[in-house]
Write a new protein. Structure first.
Length: 309
């Protein structure tokens, strides 16, 4: 006999969580990750349908403060369109002035549907406090674009020497030991990337860092070719030339409009012939000169009620 009892589970068992990503590492399965920046819900849905495991995103806006304000509403829209993919939300520095506000804000994000958070420029003390309070943190090591690159003279490789590579490892190891559930490693040598992933028990995902480690990430702008191909960074691989293909499509659409190719009859639908005749006769009787001058109706409108006195 079929089970007819209602399902009272608060979260779908199909949803990919930190638990599932850790299990993928333990079983030797590689994790696919897309960085979407100001993620459109449709892109998140497309990632889910394609089988991508993890999406990282920010709230839309020009400043940290604005992005923090828009993140929650944006998150809810994304979760509606992509109910099962693992969502990793970027928490800007303005949201965690201290470990208590960071934990409270992250808790709200988790309640609203993310699976993990990435607090920018997090301290070990804050990390440990958040992790002790069951906040899943999927962080970032290596070249930390956004605030750290000023120390390197710009967006550049890290871990070129043994000493520098050890510094990257120590940061990753300390993050793990203070409760980080997983991390992206960026712009490190492939040997460093793979070695750190092998040494740590939590998932380590490569972005612009050569080796696959426990998986790899590409930013959606690179993956879909949102910019001209000649501007693509070395580590990127574009699977579609979205920007260039879009220009071709827009040009063709513009030409079709101006040459009358679009729309064709098949792009619309027609009235019943008798109904059209009634419609046309009514117009001819009441609006004979409507193109050139205003005319008075010969019949009274039936949908206007007189005003009450």
């Amino acid at each position: 006999m079929a089970n007819t009892e209602p399902n009272a589970m608060p979260m779908s068992q199909e949803r990919k969580t930190i638990y599932h990503l850790q299990k993928m590492k333990d079983e030797g399965q590689l994790i696919s990750m897309v960085g979407t920046a100001f993620c459109d819900p449709l892109w998140a849905a497309a990632c889910e349908y394609a089988g991508i495991d993890l999406v990282r995103f920010l709230g839309p806006g020009e400043t940290c403060a604005i992005r923090d304000e828009t993140l929650k509403g944006h998150l809810r829209q994304i979760r509606k369109m992509a109910p099962n993919i693992n969502l990793n939300a970027v928490m800007q520095s303005s949201t965690h002035g201290d470990k208590y506000s960071a934990t409270a804000y992250a808790g709200e994000l988790l309640t609203d549907g993310v699976d993990s958070v990435m607090p920018m420029a997090i301290t070990l003390d804050t990390l440990k406090y958040m992790a002790d309070n069951w906040i899943p943190i999927y962080g970032h090591v290596g070249c930390l674009s956004g605030w750290q690159i000023g120390w390197f003279g710009g967006y550049s490789r890290v871990g070129k020497t043994a000493e520098d590579a050890l510094a990257v490892f120590r940061m990753a190891y300390e993050y793990q030991e203070n409760g980080m559930a997983g991390m992206t490693i960026e712009m490190s040598a492939r040997e460093v990337t793979d070695y750190i992933a092998k040494k740590l028990r939590v998932p380590v995902i490569s972005v612009a860092a050569g080796g696959a480690a426990d998986g790899s990430e590409l930013v959606i702008f690179d993956l879909l070719g949102f910019q001209p191909t000649y501007t693509m960074p070395k580590h990127a691989k574009y699977y579609r030339t979205f920007f260039e293909d879009s220009i071709v499509a827009f040009k063709q659409f513009d030409e079709d409009i101006k040459t009358g190719v679009y729309p064709e009859d098949k792009h619309g639908w027609g009235m019943d012939e008798k109904e059209y005749e009634k419609f046309a006769n009514e117009l001819e009787q009441n609006y004979p000169d409507s193109k050139t001058k205003a005319v008075q109706l010969k019949t009274k409108p039936t949908n206007i009620k007189p005003a009450k006195k």
